[in-house]
Ligand binder design. Structure first.
Ligand SMILES: Cc1ncc(COP(=O)(O)O)c(C=O)c1O
Length: 450
């Protein structure tokens, strides 16, 4: 492949006047697809942007008010985060059945850097679910650790199959790897599913047997579609070894504000990990942005207007992911019913032969390339999330269909039937047209410049 040849050459060749090339690090796949879609749009192509995992809802005015009121806070503040923020976050987790002391909380500029810092503090290799969010494996590799991919059970994304986990760890250790942690995502990105309590309990038992720390990424926790369905956090079943992370990025659509938090385990190991994490944080980001901490302290206090806002966004994500899943199923793909977050993960395996015959598609990357280049549909290949390349799975993130501006997005949030709003219904119909065309011998019309 030309792209690989290119990067292999750059790695060894000098660049410009310097005798070496910077270490090649690819742009995160989710950010890259965003740029590819923007390029298509600039070419005048009618696009369906289903690649980027952003919540697609406006910032609530109460959050803006809180942020503005703290904009004069220019000082760094404590590395762990302000006392007000840590107390508020402790309350948030305590209300979810995880009694938490504020001293167990560490804030950072998003949960992504917190996860990186945690992996750095833990040292050693890490088991990640296959498939899983792109950055776990990428961060491990950046740190010189090995991401060990362990498949998830069908319909229970985000948690490495407990049956396979012990074996994978034993085998990795036998070849000299130093496996120290396992990551879980509840609910999951990319599959949009939520693992069962039984699976999480069994994962905790294996983690205990194998001496692993569990990192539980619960950034989508408040976006479980079924109201009242509990999230089986491993912190409930293995509290001594579980770190939980979350952020404002998904439930309140404030990803650009860059504010995340981690809840460290109680006990001597938890305290040692916290000290190490604070050391890493102090050398990388010093403290989370002070005005954001103020707004986050307010948000984690869960005032009624934000609870209602999150509830509406949860209903919107549920309605649209269900509608999108139906469109993929109607086209012959196998797709688990979305249970949380705002993703759908269809598997085109059942129509593999038609895709190969009509379009020469053999891998998920072939499929996503075809969808983008011929039809202007931007989705990500399962291979970006650790799937084997020949598995024909793609991650679909429909939240950018909610509206082109905040007025439309607010209408979508308020609507009892958002899939019927003209701009969303039109996008869903275009999706169906493209998907039907994939398996027809006569292909659908190419997108027209607008
Ligand atoms: C599973 C998961 N964890 C973490 C993040 C990163 O979130 P943050 O904005 O807090 O860095 C994302 C964002 O896409 C995600 O999907």
């Amino acid at each position: 492949m030309p792209a690989q040849d290119e990067s292999a050459r750059e790695e060894s060749d000098p660049v410009g006047s310097l005798p070496f090339a910077p270490r090649p690090v690819a742009l995160s796949a989710t950010l890259a697809v965003n740029e590819a879609i923007a390029r298509k749009r600039a070419e005048g192509v009618r696009v369906l942007p289903l690649g980027f995992g952003e919540a697609g809802i406006p910032i609530h005015p109460a959050l803006t008010r809180e942020l503005s009121s703290a904009s004069d806070r220019g000082g760094y503040g404590p590395v762990a985060g302000s006392a007000a923020l840590r107390a508020s976050v402790a309350g948030y987790w305590s209300r979810r059945g995880l009694p938490t002391d504020p001293s167990a909380i560490v804030a950072g500029p998003g949960s992504k850097p917190l996860l990186y810092a945690l992996l750095s503090s833990l040292g050693g290799d890490v088991v990640v679910p296959a498939p899983s969010w792109v950055s776990y494996a990428a961060q491990a590799s950046l740190l010189g650790a090995e991401p060990i991919r362990v498949a998830t059970k069908r319909g229970e994304g985000g948690v490495p199959s407990p049956l396979l986990l012990a074996d994978a760890v034993v085998r990795a250790r036998a070849r000299g790897r130093d496996v120290r942690a396992v990551v879980v995502t509840l609910p999951d990105n990319p599959t949009g599913t939520l693992a069962s309590e039984d699976t999480v309990r069994r994962l905790c038992a294996v983690a205990r047997d194998q001496g692993l720390v569990i990192i539980s990424d619960e950034i989508y926790r408040d976006l479980v579609h079924a109201p009242g369905r509990a999230v089986p956090s491993p912190a409930l079943f293995a509290p001594e070894r579980t770190v939980v992370t979350t952020a404002l990025s998904k439930n309140l659509a404030a990803g650009g504000w860059r504010l995340g938090v981690a809840r460290l385990p109680d006990g001597p190991f938890g305290r040692a990990l916290r000290d190490s994490l604070l050391g890493v944080a102090s050398e990388i980001w010093s403290s989370a942005p002070a005005p954001m901490q103020h707004a986050a302290a307010y948000a984690f206090g869960e005032p009624p207007e934000l609870v209602e806002h999150i509830d509406r966004s949860r209903r919107l994500h549920a309605a649209i992911t269900a509608a999108v899943a139906d469109r993929f199923a109607a086209a012959g793909a196998r797709v688990a019913r979305p249970e949380g977050a705002f993703y759908v993960y269809p598997d085109f395996g059942p129509i593999r032969d038609a895709l190969a015959a009509n379009h020469g598609v053999r891998t998920a990357a072939d499929l996503t390339h075809l969808l983008l280049e011929r039809y202007g549909v931007g989705v990500l290949p399962g291979s970006s999330f650790g799937d084997a390349p020949a598995l024909l799975r793609t991650r679909v993130a429909p939240s950018q269909l909610y509206g082109d501006d905040d007025a439309q997005r607010l209408q979508a949030l308020a609507s009892p039937a958002p899939a019927a709003l003209p701009w969303i219904a039109g996008a869903l119909d275009r999706l169906s047209e493209v998907l039907a065309g994939l398996t027809e011998t006569v292909t659908v019309s190419e997108p027209v410049p607008v």
